[in-house]
Design a protein around this ligand. Sequence first.
Ligand code: ADP
Length: 447
Amino acid sequence: MFEKVLIANRGEIALRVHRACQEMGIKTVAVHSTADEHAMHVRLADESVCIGPPQASESYLNIPALISACEITGAEAVHPGYGFLSENARFAEILTEHDITFIGPTAEHIRLMGDKIAAKATVKRLGIPVVPGSEGGVTTDAEALAVAQETGYPVLVKAASGGGGRGMKVAHSAAELPGALSAARTEAKAAFGDDTLYMEKYLSQPRHIEVQVVADAHGHAVHLGERDCSLQRRHQKVLEEAPSPALNDAARAEIGEIVSKAMKGLGYLGVGTIEFLYENGEFFFIEMNTRLQVEHPVTEAITGIDLVREQIRIASGLEMSFTQEDVAFSGHAIECRINAEHPQTFMPSPGLIKEYHTPGGLGVRIDSGAYSGYRIPPYYDSLIGKLIVHGRNRNECLMRLRRSLEEFVVDGVDTTIPLFKELMAEPEFQNGDYHIHWLEQFLEKYS
Ligand code: ADP
């Protein structure tokens, strides 16, 4: 097992990784930009290294600075968290070249799944159902029109290197398709430096359901059930729950088995998430994330399995600590992403947190680096914490979430807490009766 791990991230996820390391008796090295000098992950880590100025490109994405930090501190492994370099295959390779372990899958699998066209073709071959659409990329209008004729309208034009919901455009008719292609191409080029596009049938009211997998180097691949992430704004997740209100045990076991068998076939290593759209009882693969997800705590809540601990064990060459038969699902969990944003306009609200009080009690978990007197820097994403609530069933979970939101005090900056309070009162949300467009419809009403 490693003696010292460097955490190449910031905010709540850096803290999350630090906690797992501490519980495993592993020393931690925090890295930080000059803007994060007073951050909680820096305060709690055994050691810390300043790796550059506030801009992420100069600090958290600065590979030479991270390698130097490993060398100075003698860290043997790097946990990338999510975002930043977590899905950068080159980073994983460079670490390996320096004899430092990347806590994550192989560079080959990161690269494969980062190309959404290649990813789709691969999982299809491994028996996972995919959204109907183009076989590979589409370049000309004529090609796109031919694909759309086959799948029927509406169609979605997507970026092969896409992420964060960018580079995606819907076309409802042949007349709209050329415009959607050129808009997606421009957006993809600007965001990812790659304007390769592909197409999918646009599903009208699906749920976003993703399956968590864990695989080790000893031939085991296990699924930990699903998370329902259908509550989205601009294709970005806002609240997640497990299990999905839309799945029964048989459907869960069936998709779980398909996914774990495919990951075994691929020789996948570490934790991963296979994302699906789910409509009329059918699953359609959209992408695979080769990293820990923001919403991983809901899975931890219902399985009792520490996913970061498993990542570290697997990266060090150990077997994962459980088998498929050991995995038992207990109760229901919901996560709210607490962003420092205006709850109606979603304008980022960095600045000083004057007062901060978190809820507590049975079944309540807070993952956050915030505290009274903490100044949220304006340079990074606006997630300041996650409230994760677990109950014996969905109803208990909802009641617990409602009272937790009432207890939560963040003064000095705007947060999305008031939005979640409003959401709690919505009968459709209470009934679990929602799809990927539902939240945006609700927001129109609420603002
Ligand atoms: P990204 O990597 O940018 O997050 P994804 O492929 O994971 O892109 O899709 C993000 C979200 O976009 C999905 O959760 C869903 O809301 C929407 N989406 C993606 N593909 C489709 C589709 N074929 N039909 C309808 N909505 C889709």
